[in-house]
Write a protein that binds this ligand. Structure first.
Ligand code: ATP
Length: 347
């Protein structure tokens, strides 16, 4: 059993305002008394006894802590320290000041493809690193992606909440029953592992995926969500949503995607592939032309448009411009209310 510090956390940290809350407790700003440094404290209530349904089992907290301890990456929330008392465990983690990506998208109402590429690239880098360590997050969604600072022009992405994460052993079969219905695609398709050739992930007792390194259904979900403001699989009910995912039933509704570039759609389509071995891995995503090239191309297109050189463009430039049309604000996707309709979390 992992041992956490038994000191009273309040002796070492001043506990301040609530930053957010989850199923098992609150996240609060804390100030380290010795240095005046600000951190975030994740206060997790522990289950009192075997019969109790409230709180987390200590083993789950240990798992989250072990996983966080093994991850050091600029796009993943860093863990500093862990304290425990009879009733709770407190994780002292990096303070992330820019809020959730979910709220950032909602506030901006829509993202340009340039923004989306920039965020997605950072998410992919974090996920690719996780996968290289054989760790799957299993609950990636805009609520669990935060921004280091939203005031800066290019905020850094930070992946949080490793409460559902799992570190795969060689050849392990893992069954995850949690997650958020709209993002189960990510659970189905996300994980991992290069070396454990026989990994199987089951969802609702149905075997969905087998094979080696896995792709990132989640990024598609994100991606479509980032670009269109919608989950691609969203149904009227959770059952319908899950059925859409299992049947891989989705469409690029023209209403929401007429401004999206063909390269972006190609990227999404290459992720929404049932056959796991044919789906892009995180590393492959990072070298897809839309992620690799289009950032420059989209910026170039913007500059070209601004300089009103469109009419003088060569056929190639015209094609590029067509591919980059989506870099303009999509008034159709100003669906703050849709984004505001926070997805129910069943994790
Ligand atoms: P869930 O029940 O969704 O699994 P949880 O109890 O595991 O949640 P987190 O998702 O880790 O808790 O955090 C809850 C919220 O607190 C986040 O959505 C975010 O708004 C805020 N938060 C989490 N970590 C930080 C941080 N390091 N800095 C600032 N705010 C944070």
């Amino acid at each position: 059993m992992a041992l956490f510090k038994l000191d009273n956390v309040e002796d070492l940290y001043e506990i301040r305002e609530v930053l957010g809350s989850g199923h098992f407790g609150q996240v609060r700003e804390v100030c380290e008394r010795a240095t005046g440094t600000l951190w975030a404290g994740k206060f997790l209530k522990l289950r009192r006894g075997a019969g109790s349904r409230l709180g987390l089992e200590r083993a789950s907290v240990e798992k989250e802590v072990e996983i966080l301890q093994s991850l050091q990456h600029q796009n993943i929330m860093a863990l500093k320290d862990v304290f425990e008392s009879k009733a709770e465990v407190v994780l002292i983690v990096e303070l992330i000041r820019g809020g959730e990506l979910f709220d950032f998208i909602a506030e901006k109402e829509s993202l340009t493809e340039t923004d989306a590429i920039d965020f997605l690239k950072q998410i992919l880098e974090g996920v690719s690193y996780m996968h290289s360590k054989h760790i799957g997050h299993f609950d990636l969604k805009p609520e669990n992606i935060m921004l280091s600072d939203k005031q800066v022009h290019n905020p850094n992405i930070k992946i949080i909440d490793f409460g559902m994460a799992h570190c795969f052993l060689q050849g392990e079969e893992y069954k995850s029953m949690g997650g958020t219905p709209q993002y189960i695609g990510s659970v189905v398709s996300m994980e991992i592992s290069e070396s454990s050739g026989s990994l199987t992930i089951r969802v609702n007792n149905k075997c969905r995926e087998t094979g080696r390194e896995n792709g990132l259904g989640f990024s598609v979900t994100f991606h479509k969500k980032m670009l269109s403001g919608l989950s691609p699989f969203q149904g009227e009910t959770n059952e319908e949503t899950l059925k859409n995912i299992i049947d891989l039933k989705y469409e690029f509704e023209p209403r929401y995607f007429n401004q999206t570039s063909s390269m972006a759609k190609d990227f999404i389509q290459k992720l929404l592939v049932k056959e796991q071995s044919e789906r892009m891995t995180a590393e492959e995503c990072l070298v897809h032309p839309w992620i690799k090239m289009s950032y420059n191309m989209v910026s170039a297109c913007n500059r070209l448009c601004k300089l009103k050189l469109g009419c003088k463009s060569s056929a190639l430039e015209k094609q590029q411009l067509r591919d980059c049309e989506s870099d303009q604000e999509d008034t159709e996707t100003k669906t703050t209310s849709l984004l505001r309709r926070r997805l129910s979390n069943s994790s």
